[in-house]
Design a binder for this molecule. Structure first.
Ligand code: AMP
Ligand code: MG
Length: 418
């Protein structure tokens, strides 16, 4: 049995960086950037109006109210700025501001004194003071050309895509998607939710959970199988995974001490190197990590649902970070809302809620129902609370290591009071 840090170090040491490829930004959702992105354009690309109104020439000094101007032209979004030299220019939101004009009087703060034959404003009066630069969006005010906008290691989400699109960045250098096979073992497992359970059967909940979380982490779950407790079938499934060049095989179940816990035997048959088996944690203690002859990583997660969730969060995810060139995560530290007791000897990884306590401060509540078969408490958990091996008693207010339930981010929901 080894400590969690040793286990994680061994995993990181065995993880190889994924190859890098050029990906169209439009198709890069969920990808992790292998190189930072530098803008080649200014955003906005030209000075433009933030309001519908009239562009004016301030000459660097405020224009007082009750000043009158002839309207010398009109510019809408999509028009080129044109050459206008004097007076007021009717301007729409997003339209380029003509050279020399440097302030916008919103239409709500103007009075139209005269209109031309087509009904367009011909002469206006200011109903408020106009300050130089008012309601103007400057070229490059959001992003200047040459500025770094996304760092290597960033995941391409909707916001990143909005910025990439705004800047005309057609493609990015991203890591190839990690290819993962998920093999759930257990002759008791039923996959079809419509199938009635026969005596002794249970439904496979690890498979859907792992597939979903892994997809959310940007992985390509290219193989998913549910297998009986049989060495031969399992070995063939792993061979199929290796034939399709997976980077990672994740199995659930059959790594404990039971008579049917055959995964170590299957790994020997596959000439895998078992790096460790059993980690000083609860839940998830029987976890096994091996390296297959192809270099692919093998994670044998215990079958209980929360053990498999812990395996994904604290063992597979560090490997994914390393494969994406990211440093190991560091925990947050939060005070406990209530005291907590545990047995010494194992590190406890507990479903928890980080939220606002009665005193208005952020605090951590360890949830009831920590047994590794209990899925329901994880529905409200937004965090994992981590208690050291040696500790037995933690008082309310003690600082505890905290990791987000899914990834680095800890999202504090309103109403998730600790
Ligand atoms: P094992 O690690 O194979 O001894 O399984 C431990 C416990 O987890 C047993 O109660 C299994 O029935 C249960 N279990 C194993 N695999 C799954 C799965 N895919 N979904 C839900 N429960 C499972
Ligand atoms: Mg089993």
């Amino acid at each position: 049995m080894i400590w969690l840090e040793q286990a994680q170090q061994a995993i990181i040491a065995a993880s190889r960086r994924l190859p890098v490829e050029i990906v169209a930004s439009a198709r890069a959702s969920g990808r992790v950037l292998a190189e930072g992105v530098v803008s080649r354009e200014d955003l906005p690309p030209f000075d433009n109006s933030a309001m519908d109104g009239f562009a004016l020439i301030s000459g660097g000094a405020p224009i007082s109210r009750d000043r009158e101007f002839d309207v010398t032209g009109a510019i809408a979004a999509g028009d080129a700025p044109g050459a206008l030299a004097a007076g007021a220019v009717e301007i729409m939101t997003g339209a380029p501001v003509p050279a020399g004009f440097d302030a916008i009087l919103p239409v709500e703060q103007s009075e139209i004194l005269a209109r031309d034959d087509a009904g367009r404003p011909a002469r206006i009066r200011t109903c408020a003071e106009v300050v130089p630069g008012m309601h103007l969006r400057r070229r490059g005010q959001d992003v200047a050309r040459g500025q770094s906008i996304l760092a290597a290691g960033a995941r391409v989400d909707a916001t990143a895509k909005m910025l990439l699109a705004a800047l005309g960045i057609a493609d990015v250098q991203a890591f190839a998607q990690v290819r993962i096979a998920v093999l759930c073992t257990g002759r008791e497992l039923v996959d079809d939710p419509r199938q009635a359970l026969s005596p002794g059967q249970i439904r496979n909940s690890n498979g859907p959970f792992l597939a979903d979380r892994l997809a959310g982490l940007g992985a390509d779950v290219c193989q998913r199988e549910t297998l009986p407790d049989e060495v031969g079938t399992f070995v063939s499934a792993v061979r199929r995974a290796l034939d399709s060049r997976v980077d990672i095989v994740i199995s659930t179940g059959a790594v404990s001490m039971g008579r049917y816990d055959f995964v170590p035997e299957a790994l020997r048959e596959l000439d895998a190197e078992i790096v460790f088996h059993k980690v000083a944690i609860r839940p998830g203690k029987p976890l096994l990590f091996a390296q297959l002859p192809s270099g692919a990583l093998f994670f044998g997660l215990p079958g209980n649902p929360i053990s498999s969730a812990v395996g994904l969060r604290f063992f597979v995810q560090p490997a994914l970070r390393a494969m994406h060139g990211l440093p190991a995560e560091s925990p947050l530290r939060l005070p406990l809302g209530q005291s907590f007791e545990k047995k010494p000897g194992l590190r406890f990884l507990q479903k928890a809620v980080a939220g606002i306590g009665g005193d208005g401060r952020l605090q951590l509540r360890v949830l009831a129902g920590q047994e590794s078969f209990r899925i329901q408490p994880m529905l409200v958990a937004n965090a994992w609370a981590v208690f050291p091996e040696s500790s037995e008693r933690h008082a309310a207010g003690d600082l505890v290591d905290v990791y987000g339930i899914e990834d680095g981010a800890l999202s504090i929901q309103s109403g998730a009071g600790a």
